[in-house]
Design a protein around this ligand. Structure first.
Ligand SMILES: [Ca+2]
Ligand SMILES: [Ca+2]
Length: 207
């Protein structure tokens, strides 16, 4: 009976290898805000803890951008089927000019919170508009980054960096909430598939 199960599992696994997909929610390795005091193009202040970690603001005297970086080293060599950044921007102060607008960038990160991440080169990944009548709901983020993430994986990036830039003027504080994830589905490359297959066989043989 054991051998029958073993052969059955092996067959199913081999037949199914090309169709196997895995899903994973990757939490942020680091979350931070960078401020350009004076809003003059030179970032000056890094915040990676406390209430104002995640601050997003654009006024004449300051611009604050919120950033996170996700460890994507486990995705090396994989084919990305689907990838999205899922999170939430909340309100901190309803003053200022409405609607509020934001742009989202994806960049090759390193897992470290740095001043330079404020304007390090990246790709525009999307945008959001927050109308005043949506005040209690905040701004949900559900951003498809499948193609951009595949580009980072193919380029051997260790981390995917995600940056929120306020683009409307007189944009008073918004806050990127904790719990943001990179939700990814991928097809394991053959070596990984064989390792997973090996794990299944080991599990069966232990019974
Ligand atoms: Ca400055
Ligand atoms: Ca960084």
């Amino acid at each position: 009976m054991k051998h029958f199960i073993f052969i059955y599992v092996l067959s199913v696994a081999i037949v199914g290898t090309t169709g196997m997909a895995y899903a994973e929610d990757i939490p942020a390795s680091v979350k931070f805000s960078v401020r350009d005091s004076g809003n003059n193009g030179t970032p000056d202040v890094l915040t990676d803890s406390g209430f104002f970690n995640g601050l997003i603001r654009n006024v004449s005297s300051n611009q604050d951008r919120a950033l996170v970086e996700f460890d994507i080293s486990s995705l090396a060599g994989q084919t990305i089927l689907d990838a999205a950044i899922v999170g939430q921007i909340a309100n901190n102060n309803s003053s200022g000019t409405w609607p509020r607008t934001y742009e989202f960038d994806l960049y090759s990160g390193n897992g470290l919170a740095e001043l330079a991440d404020y304007d390090v080169a990246g790709d525009l990944a999307g945008n959001a508009v927050w109308l005043f009548d949506d005040l209690s709901a905040g701004v949900p983020i559900n951003l498809d980054i499948t193609a951009l993430l595949q580009g980072l994986v193919d380029g051997s990036a260790s981390h995917a960096g995600f940056r929120i830039r306020p683009t409307s003027s007189n944009l008073f504080p918004s806050l990127l909430q904790d719990g943001i994830v990179l939700s990814v589905e991928y097809i394991p490359e053959p070596t990984t598939a064989l390792l997973l297959l090996g794990g299944s066989i080991a599990l069966i043989r232990r019974r």
